[in-house]
Design a protein around this ligand. Structure first.
Ligand SMILES: NC(=O)c1ccc[n+]([C@@H]2O[C@H](COP(=O)([O-])OP(=O)(O)OC[C@H]3O[C@@H](n4cnc5c(N)ncnc54)[C@H](O)[C@@H]3O)[C@@H](O)[C@H]2O)c1
Length: 250
């Protein structure tokens, strides 16, 4: 029987990495509002506490776990604490360490690759056996970036990691389709979050001016795309990269 509401996530269990702030927080909130059980994984205990209070109305369906996605032991420990088999994984945790290539240090490179690229491998590997074995509605949504498609000044490490995320997405889309998964990536443009609010105001204004809509994106713009790709309605969308950038890259 066809589901009357393909955007209902009741009885679905979702893991959102980096879910305590910014885009990840909005994704977790949207899934909770749509009836899902959500496990928020983040390495910032302070941000987790703030998120827990902000999402208290959904507290009975919310779990918050302190996890560093770059550390395999940390991921395995968190996976063992899950209360239900997983239906949907959103690989969202990410960091930046921006510098021109000439100034970028080995530490800047290693830190960004460890979280933004190896972190996705660690989490997806660590959770693989925790997905519902019988479900044909298994979803992985990876948060890449417009920078992974086009590169960006000062972001050698970040652009390489985000391009790698697209390569992993396409490979998993091919390999896991027969196991009941769809695997897709989202390439956000410039979104207003703590990550971008750390940038100088004039840089943010220049960014907004490049977008046809003349505005930065909101976290809800990305959460809406994640919800679509995770829904029944997107069951034939696989191994794709959805740009959510207001047309920035035209
Ligand atoms: N903001 C943008 O304009 C933008 C654009 C394109 C892509 N993205 C991507 O979207 C995702 C979310 O970005 P955001 O802007 O919301 O950033 P943010 O800094 O606001 O939030 C990132 C969250 O990830 C958590 N995190 C960082 N490292 C972690 C680790 N090792 N283990 C667990 N949690 C960790 C942080 O504590 C934080 O809560 C990132 O992957 C980012 O690269 C953001």
């Amino acid at each position: 029987m066809t589901n009357p509401n393909p955007f209902s996530f009741q009885n679905k269990t979702v893991v959102v990495t980096g879910g305590a702030s910014g885009i990840g927080f909005q994704i977790a909130k949207s899934f909770l509002e749509a009836g899902a059980k959500v496990s928020v994984w983040d390495y910032s205990p302070a941000a987790l506490e703030t998120a827990k209070s902000a999402l208290a109305t959904h507290g009975d369906r919310l779990q918050t776990l302190s996890v560093d996605v770059s550390q395999r032991d940390s991921v395995k420990k968190a996976a063992a604490e899950l209360k239900n088999p997983v239906d949907i994984l959103v690989n969202n945790a990410g960091i930046t360490r921006d510098k021109s290539f000439a100034k970028m240090t080995e530490e800047d490179w290693d830190a960004v690759i460890a979280v933004n690229l190896t972190g996705l491998f660690n989490v997806t590997k660590g959770l693989f056996e925790h997905f519902s074995p019988t479900s044909s509605h298994k979803r992985i949504v990876n948060i890449s970036s417009v920078v992974g498609l086009y590169g960006n000044f000062g972001q050698t490490n970040y652009a390489a990691a985000k391009a790698g995320v697209i390569g992993m997405t396409k490979t998993w889309g091919k390999e896991l389709g027969r196991k009941g998964f769809t695997v897709n990536a989202i390439a956000p443009g410039f979104i207003r979050t703590p990550m971008t609010e750390a940038m100088p105001l004039e840089v943010l204004a220049q960014m907004a001016a490049k977008v046809p809509a003349q505005r930065l994106g909101e976290t809800s713009d990305i959460a809406n795309a994640v919800m679509f790709l995770s829904s029944e309605a997107a069951s034939y969308v696989n191994a794709s990269v959805l740009s959510v950038d207001g047309g920035l890259t035209l």
